[in-house]
Design a protein around this ligand. Sequence first.
Ligand SMILES: [Zn+2]
Length: 457
Amino acid sequence: MTVAPQIFREYDIRGLVGSELDVDTARDVGRAFAVYLDDINVHGPIAVGRDNRPSGDALRDALVAALIESGVDVIDVGVVPTPTLYWALEKLGVGGGVQITASHNPAPYNGFKVCVGTNALYGEDIQKLLVLVEMGKRVAANKPGSVRQEAILDRYLDDIVQRIGPLARPLSIALDCANGVGSLVGPRLMERLGVKVTQCLLCTSDGRFPKRQPDPSQAKNLEDLQQAVRATSAQVGIALDGDADRIGVVDEHGEIVWGDRVLAIYARDVLARNPGAPVIFDVKCSEALPQAITAAGGKPFMWRTGHSLIEAKMHEIHAPLAGELSGHMYIADGYYGYDDALYAAARLLSIMASSSKTITELLAGVPVYPSTPEIRIDCPDDKKFAIVSNAVTHWQANHTVVDVDGARVVFDGGWGLIRASNTQPALVLRFEAHTQDELSAIENEMEGWLRQQGVAI
Ligand SMILES: [Zn+2]
C-alpha cells in the first residue's frame, strides 16, 4: 500500500485498517522511526505495546520486523493499556516506544503513538516520519536488532497500588471497561485497592468492541454505567476508553461528571500540596474550571487539545496537573504525569476515601453553567483550518479571542469555541453561558456565521 498522508496527524498516526493503513504502513513506520532515532542519536531498545484490536498482532509483527531489520532492539511488552506502555518508557531504560492503538475509535481503526525517551512525538516530528516514509529511507544496519518479550502488567499494577496505598475507607464503584484493553487491569486494580465493584460492565477484553464504541466522552456510551450506579447504589461510576488513557466518571446520583469537573476535583487535591502551581486544561473546558483552580490557589493555564501537546506544555511550565474535557488526566504530583485512566481512577478513589466526601461534595462550589456537549460537524481536512483562521479574524474585531487552538470567543455572558479536530475531518464546537438565553444567543451567532461559510450544520 502507498502511504496515506492524512493518517499522519497532529499527535499520532491513525487510520482505517485496510484502506488507509496496513502491515506495509507498519513496516514503513518502523523503518522511518529507526532512521529518525539514528538521526538524533538515540540508541537503546524500543518498547512496543499494542491494545486489543484484532489488527494489532499483524501490525506488531510488521513494525517489529522493520525495527529489527534496521538494527533496533525491541522489547515487546504485549497487549497493554497505552499508559502501561508509557510506564515502560519510565521503567525499562528504553530509547523510546510505540503503542499500536486507535484509542477510542471503532474497531476497524488502528494506529501508532510514537515516543522518544518518555515524550510522545507530535506536530512537525510526526510529519518528519511521513517524509522519511515517502523517501523510503532505511538504516543500513551492520547486524539486526534483537527482540524479547517482557511482561510488565503486574509490575505496573504494583506500582499504582503502592503509590495509592490502602484506602482510608472502603468504597463501592460500578466499573465500565468497554471491552477495551483496560479490562486486563481495571478489575484487578479495584480488587487490590480493596474497592468493591458492584457491577463490572464489559470487563472482558474484546477489541472488536461488540457492544459499543469505547468512548466515554460521548454521553450515550455512559448510559449503562449511569444505570449501574443507580441500580447498585455505587458511590461512583468509572469508565475507561479503548486503550485506558481516558476516564469517564458518573457521580453517586448517576449523573455524568465531564472531564473538566473531574479535573477540578484533582486540582483541589493537588493544589493543597502545591500552592500557586499551574494547572493546564484544554480549550473545551468550562469557565467554572479556571475559576475553581484560582479559588484553590492555583494558576489556570488554557492550552491546546491533544495529549502530546498537553504533556509538552506540562514539562515546559512545570505543571503538576493537567486534564482535558475528553477525560485525559495527567497527574505529575505523586505520579509520572502522563495520561493514565487507571492511575486517575485510583487517585479519585483515594481522594474520596481520605476526604470522606462524595463526588458531589468534592465539587461543592463549582457551578454547572448551561453548556452544550462537544459538537462535531463534518468538514473536509483541507477546509477546516481556513475556516478556523477566518473565525479568529472575524470575532477578534469586537471580542477577546483565545486562539491557542481554534477560536474560543469570549462574550459578555459566556463563550463559544470553533476548532479543527486533529483526529477527524471535522470542526469541533462547544458553547457555554451563564444563562440558557445567553447560551442560545452565542450558539446562534457562531453557528450562523459557520453556515455563511458554507458549513452544513
Ligand atoms: Zn485513548
